[in-house]
Design a protein around this ligand. Structure first.
Ligand SMILES: [Fe+2]
Length: 244
C-alpha cells in the first residue's frame, strides 16, 4: 500500500490541488496530519476535497480553534483574525467532518501519526533534536509522523540513544525500516515555513518502507488574490511568497 502523506493544508486550495496533481498515480491511501483549515481562503473547498479522497485524517490546533475546541488567546493576532474569519464562512457540513477527526492515531503497526507531537498531539512544536528526543517514549511504533511546524524534518534515535536531526532528502526514496526509530515531518502543503514556498508533502510505501519527501510549485498568486478579497492580513498573504 502506497501512502500519500499531507499536513497543514491551511485552506490553500491551489496548493492542495497542485500536490494532488503531482502525486497522481503514486498512492493508494491518503493520510492527513491535521490543520486542514485556518490562515487560507478556501476552508470549505479544501474540506470537501479532502473528504472526497476518504483519508485517514487528523485534526490540528487551527481546526480545533475554528471549531471552538481550543482557546485562541495564545494565537498571534494574524492567526486569531484568520480563525475569526474562518468561523464566519465555515459550513455546518465542514464543521461536522472536522469535529469527527482525532488529533493522533496509529494507522499501521509500524507508523503512528500525530498532528503536533506524540506527547502533546495538538500543541507541541517538534523543531529540534531535544524536543524530538523527549517524544520517543510517547509512541510504540518504529516511526511517528507529525506536522504542525510546517518544516520538513527527520529526527533519528541513534544506537547510542541520542537523537539527531537529518536533512530531508527530496525526490529520492530511502529506506526507513532499518531498526532506527524516527519522527518525520512531511512539511506543509499550504503554508511552508522553511524558506521554500513550494508545497511540501511525502510518499511512503508500506510494503517496502521507502520514504520520499517531495516539493511542488503552485499558483501562489491565485491563493493570495482570494486572501486579499477575503480581507485576510497582508502578513499572511506575503509569507506565502517566501515560505516563512
Ligand atoms: Fe499548521
Amino acid at each position: 500500500m502506497r501512502i500519500l502523506i499531507l499536513s497543514d493544508i491551511h485552506a490553500n486550495l491551489a496548493a492542495f490541488e497542485a500536490v494532488m496533481k503531482d502525486a497522481q498515480g503514486k498512492w493508494d491511501q491518503l493520510w492527513f496530519l491535521g490543520d486542514l483549515i485556518g490562515y487560507g481562503p478556501d476552508p470549505n473547498e479544501c474540506t470537501a476535497l479532502m473528504q472526497s479522497y476518504d483519508p485517514i485524517a487528523l485534526s490540528g490546533n487551527h481546526d480545533w480553534a475554528i471549531l471552538g475546541k481550543l482557546e485562541i488567546d495564545s494565537f498571534n493576532d494574524y492567526a486569531k483574525n484568520a480563525v475569526l474569519w474562518a468561523r464566519g464562512v465555515i459550513t455546518k457540513e465542514s464543521t461536522v467532518y472536522l469535529d469527527s477527526l482525532p488529533p493522533a492515531s496509529v494507522p499501521h503497526e509500524k507508523v503512528s501519526i500525530a498532528h503536533a507531537s506524540p506527547r502533546q498531539p495538538i500543541w507541541e512544536y517538534v523543531l529540534d533534536p531535544g524536543t524530538a528526543d523527549a517524544n520517543f517514549e510517547y509512541f510504540d511504533t518504529p516511526i511517528c509522523l507529525v506536522g504542525h511546524t510546517h518544516v520538513p524534518a527527520v529526527f533519528e534515535k541513534t544506537v547510542n540513544n541520542r537523537t539527531n536531526s537529518a536533512y530531508p532528502i527530496y525526490d529520492e526514496p530511502w529506506h526507513i525500516d532499518d531498526g532506527v526509530r524516527r519522527i518525520i515531518n512531511p512539511g506543509s502543503v499550504g503554508q511552508p515555513r522553511d524558506s521554500d514556498p513550494r508545497a511540501s508533502y511525502a510518499l511512503l510505501d508500506l510494503e517496502t518502507m521507502m520514504w520520499q519527501h517531495c516539493r511542488v510549485p503552485y499558483d501562489i498568486e491565485r491563493t493570495q488574490k482570494k486572501m486579499r478579497e477575503a480581507g485576510l492580513s497582508d502578513r499572511l498573504i506575503a509569507r506565502l511568497s517566501f515560505g516563512w
